[in-house]
Design a protein around this ligand. Structure first.
Ligand SMILES: Cc1cc2nc3c(=O)[nH]c(=O)nc-3n(C[C@H](O)[C@H](O)[C@H](O)COP(=O)(O)O)c2cc1C
Ligand code: SF4
Ligand code: SF4
Length: 325
């Protein structure tokens, strides 16, 4: 390419105003010939090799689109995003690229159960691995938790950062209020993007106070630290008469828990508690069942009329990411 551009320049010079001598022109043409020899010897192709695009793959898990949005931003125009529920569906656990990233929402500061299961089985082959953990209010020791889980699975991550976004935890937060809070997402995302461009090796620091907060949370909820949030969907959700049988819940559940029956929509099965179903139902027809004995849900939810999906992500995007049928 460099040779071709140079030729055009010389021809223009010669054609235009004869300001260069014939000897100069021949000298310049000699330069072109030399370039052609270098190219055929492979020296130029080495330069081309250096400019070869880095292959970056970003894996993600999402309920309401925050992580899909971040995964897309981090993959950029040349990278690839892969949904973890789809990788499960395809039984695909071996991924190879120059750089591999993972983006997931923290649930009680821990990864979703499916992400834990994935990392145990995955063979991620890359020179540089990064993880970005999205959250909405309190991250506690999420970075250390991921470091420990991934190390146990023989995967070390060079870079682990959190990113604060809208908190989709319905029991405590009103989604209409959450979307109005400026959490400085573009600025924080830009910092992460620049860190990754420099292949920064860094784990976001965790304070002793944050470790203790996580311990307190685990004691309060009596959750198994090896599992985190795994619920039974039929115990936590119910479908109201507002349902119009649109089938969205069937397609957005990464566990395939929903089905359309002659008696309407039914759900059953182990649940990630990702809230993809309850948040993405266009009729707000999915509500929490009464769970007075559950410490997390004893107060019901803040606003049953407010639902959330990331503004850059469509319902179809969530269906494509999670659909199991
Ligand atoms: C089951 C569950 C547990 C959550 N736990 C936390 C938490 O411990 N701390 C926090 O700040 N946000 C928590 N969140 C909020 C999400 O991590 C956050 O909104 C995330 O960005 C959602 O990502 P998504 O839109 O890709 O699903 C929780 C959300 C859910 C559904
Ligand atoms: S998404 Fe909501 S309205 Fe649509 S079928 Fe499911 S429960 Fe019914
Ligand atoms: S039932 Fe709802 S909360 Fe549970 S995994 Fe499916 S979409 Fe997520």
């Amino acid at each position: 390419m460099a040779g071709k551009d140079r030729t055009e320049e010389i021809v223009t010079d010669m054609d235009s105003d004869n300001k260069i001598t014939r000897r100069d022109a021949l000298k310049r043409l000699g330069f072109i010939a030399a370039n052609a020899v270098i190219a055929s010897s492979g020296a130029l192709s080495l330069t081309a090799c250096k400019e070869k695009k880095i292959k970056r793959v970003v894996l993600y898990f999402t309920g309401t689109g925050n992580c899909l949005y971040v995964a897309r931003q981090l993959a950029g125009a040349d990278g690839e995003t892969l949904s973890i529920p789809q990788l499960f569906k395809q039984n695909k656990f071996e991924i190879e690229a120059d750089e591999i990233g993972i983006v997931y929402p923290i649930y009680g500061h821990m990864p979703p159960y499916m992400v834990r299961q994935f990392i145990k089985r995955a063979q991620l082959k890359a020179k540089y691995k990064f993880a970005v953990l999205t959250y909405g209010n309190r991250k506690c020791s999420a970075v250390e938790i991921w470091d420990e889980i991934s190390r146990k699975a023989n995967q070390t991550f060079d870079y682990i950062s959190t990113l604060i976004m809208v908190d989709n935890w319905l029991p405590n937060f009103d989604m209409n209020e959450q979307i109005l809070i400026d959490k400085h997402i573009p600025e924080n995302l830009e910092k992460i993007t620049s860190d990754l461009a420099n292949r920064k090796r860094w784990h976001e620091p965790v304070t002793e106070e944050e470790r203790q907060q996580h311990q307190g949370f685990m004691m309060w909820t009596k959750m198994n630290p090896e599992v985190g949030f795994v619920m039974r969907s039929e115990q936590y959700f119910r479908v109201t008469t507002a349902c119009i049988n649109c089938g969205a819940c069937v397609s957005v559940c990464p566990r395939g828990n929903y089905s359309m029956t002659s008696e309407g929509v039914k759900m059953r099965g182990d649940c990630e508690f990702c809230f993809a179903c309850i948040q993405n139902c266009p009729q707000k027809a999915i509500q929490f069942a009464k769970n007075e004995n559950d410490p997390l849900l004893s107060n019901g939810e803040r606003n049953p009329n407010a639902r959330y999906r990331n503004e850059h992500i469509s319902l179809m995007d969530i269906k494509r990411a999670n659909n199991q049928f």
